[in-house]
Design a protein. Structure first.
Length: 199
């Protein structure tokens, strides 16, 4: 068996190795986010290319997961809004109104003045709906100033009464079934009786 020849102390093994270049995290992020930068600075070592491609795939996967989470969150918000709206439309807790327990109707003063001066409005004017309109929207009620019944014409005193001609044109007369149904007849009759009792 031959003995290996010892290496001479002055054996030339080529130029000294350079210190390997270290890429910082910021530089890696720039290379991952810009393929054009990679093309301009390349070629790179295979290990660096592998790291860049792996980071790009991981970033795309994370972005897709983020988009899915945002879509799911938007669907949940839309679903909660729709459910709330449907709940109100379905009237899950409706308010029961009993005719016998209806609130007391306040007869308008102008009605009482008309009756006192023998200018009685049509019966359907005494329905709750018409009376509420007189109270809540007085601007739609047409009135006029006339002398009270039985007062001398020379007297300057006048009272404000319903202008029945204009109001009948707007609200209609008792001859129409749209104005006075059987239920409204009972309701208006009760309110008219209340007005007469007040007088």
């Amino acid at each position: 068996m031959s003995t290996p020849t010892p290496r001479p102390p002055d054996l030339d093994i080529g130029p000294p190795l350079k210190v390997p270049y270290y890429y910082t995290d910021d530089e890696i992020e720039e290379l991952v986010g810009s393929p054009a930068l990679c093309d301009s600075l390349g070629p790179f070592p295979p290990s660096l290319i592998r790291q860049i491609e792996t980071s790009r795939i991981k970033g795309k996967r994370e972005a897709e997961l983020t988009r899915r989470a945002e879509r799911e969150r938007e669907k949940e918000v839309e679903g909660s809004v729709c459910t709330k709206l449907m709940g109100t439309m379905e009237m899950q807790n409706p308010i029961r109104r009993v005719f016998g327990e209806a609130k007391e109707v306040v007869i308008p003063t102008v009605y009482l003045l008309n009756i006192r001066n023998r200018l009685i409005p049509p019966l359907h004017f005494f329905t709750n709906n018409c009376i509420d309109l007189v109270h809540t929207s007085p601007q739609i009620v047409h009135t006029k100033f006339v002398r009270p019944f039985g007062i001398d014409e020379q007297s300057g005193e006048k009272v404000q009464l319903l202008d029945l001609g204009k109001m009948i044109t707007i609200w209609g007369n008792d001859d129409s079934h749209d104005c006075l149904s059987p239920l409204r007849f009972l309701e208006a009759s009760k309110n008219l009786l209340t007005a007469l009792q007040l007088l």
